[in-house]
Design a protein around this ligand. Structure first.
Ligand code: ADE
Length: 266
């Protein structure tokens, strides 16, 4: 017999919703900036592109989705720049798609996955996959008291100590800016941020996730060594394909690990 839809069941539903950390994670949104980074994951989970985009007409943002085990998996990409046709990397597109995806999908967890530069002085090697613990910006310098801290924009990733340990991931801090290269001023800020990793989206995704109180984790695979000898652009392009495969392997392990678990178990 169906339970009557009375006051009691409504109260039960409400109290479940307010205990989100004790309910298994059900909907995941991946925010992935580059097509090369996204496609292996889309294929691995056999996700299909959503032709009736959730997003405003005309934007290049792309959604792939499907179910895998007990999870609704979404991969959201900012897509190709409408003027130039290249991947819409960087903080502006990342924050916009993160905001729009949270509004449309109300995910239990955001996962920002992608590539990053790594600092060998902090123990990073090409091909390593990190779970970032803290995120901050290195190109928002505002030398006025308190505005300086606003510029740095420090945010914490959701704490997932079991995930880090059980999957043997490396941990480290991530510094974000809108440039692939590194100016001396950026370098000083990255050092001040105590960062092991340098990317172009992480702190922007963290800002929006924190604003809307959605848990977020950051999986970053190292394509290039920033404090090494090789020019960044060359090293990045050379390693991109191989490193996105490493990223895909770890992302699959992370998804399998998350399946059936609550946030508090991660
Ligand atoms: N993504 C991959 N390598 C990077 C680097 N060196 N800086 C910023 N983003 C990156």
């Amino acid at each position: 017999m169906m339970a009557p839809h009375d006051d009691k069941s409504e109260v039960a539903e409400e109290s479940m919703a307010s205990q989100a950390p004790n309910r298994p994670i059900s909907t995941i949104v991946f925010i992935i900036a580059m097509q090369t980074e996204a496609l292996p994951i889309v294929n691995k989970f056999q996700l299909s592109e959503d032709p009736n985009s959730l997003f405003p007409k005309g934007v290049p943002w792309v959604r792939f989705h499907g179910t895998y085990k007990d999870l609704n998996i979404n991969v959201i990409s900012p897509g190709k720049d409408t003027v130039l046709g290249v991947d819409s990397v960087g903080t502006i597109s990342a924050s916009l798609v993160t905001y729009a995806s949270i509004q449309a999908l109300q995910p239990d967890l955001i996962i920002n996955a992608g590539t990053a530069g790594g600092f060998k002085a902090k123990g990073a090697c090409v091909g390593d996959v990190f779970l970032a613990s803290e995120l901050a910006f290195h190109d928002r310098r505002i030398p006025i008291p308190v505005f300086d801290l606003y510029g740095v924009g420090l945010r914490q990733a959701s704490s997932t100590p079991n995930l880090l340990k059980d999957l043997n991931l490396k941990g480290g801090k991530l510094s974000t800016g809108d440039s692939l290269d590194m100016s001396p001023q950026d370098e000083a800020s990255i050092i001040a941020n105590d960062a092991t990793l340098k990317d172009m989206e992480g702190a922007a995704v963290a800002y929006v996730a924190d604003l809307l109180k959605v848990p977020a984790i950051f999986i970053k695979a190292v394509t290039d060594i920033v404090d090494g000898e090789k020019p960044t652009t060359e090293e990045f392009l050379q390693n991109l394909a191989a490193v996105t495969n490493a990223l895909d392997v770890t992302v699959t392990q992370v998804v399998d690990y998350i399946n059936g678990k609550c946030l508090s178990e991660l």
